[in-house]
Design a protein around this ligand. Structure first.
Ligand SMILES: [Zn+2]
Ligand SMILES: [Zn+2]
Length: 121
């Protein structure tokens, strides 16, 4: 009956470790696949949401179109650098006005109202 012990010991040491390792690897791979799938679904959802959103009327000066008057002049307050260090990095700022003149971003699409289709018949 000696061989049973040999098999048992072999199983408990090498075999069990191998089994546990295989199971761990399989679980990790599955987890990774799940994460990748979730990431892909999230990206897809974000793309769909972005496709449904109207384009934001953002000007080339990064300010919203609403900050511009009829002649295209931007009224947003900005920080104007007044001092620079030797690496041309601004050190001090003064409040000033954005000197943007023109809107160059995407034109916002006008909303068209349509009655919901109702089946009268
Ligand atoms: Zn602007
Ligand atoms: Zn601006």
């Amino acid at each position: 009956m000696n061989w049973i012990w040999v098999v048992l010991i072999l199983f408990w040491t090498g075999g069990f470790a191998w089994l546990a390792d295989t199971a761990r690897t399989a679980l990790r791979n599955r987890h990774q696949r799940r994460m990748e799938l979730m990431e892909a679904q999230k990206a897809e959802r974000l793309a769909v949401e972005a496709a449904h959103k109207p384009p934001q009327p953002i000007c080339g000066c990064t300010h919203h179109l609403a900050k511009h008057d009829k002649s295209g002049r931007c009224h947003e307050r900005v920080e104007v650098p007044t001092a620079w260090d030797e690496n041309k990095k601004p050190l001090r700022f003064e409040p000033g006005q954005c000197n943007c003149q023109q809107y160059v971003g995407p034109q916002p699409l006008s909303q068209v109202y349509a009655d919901e289709l109702t089946d009268l018949a």
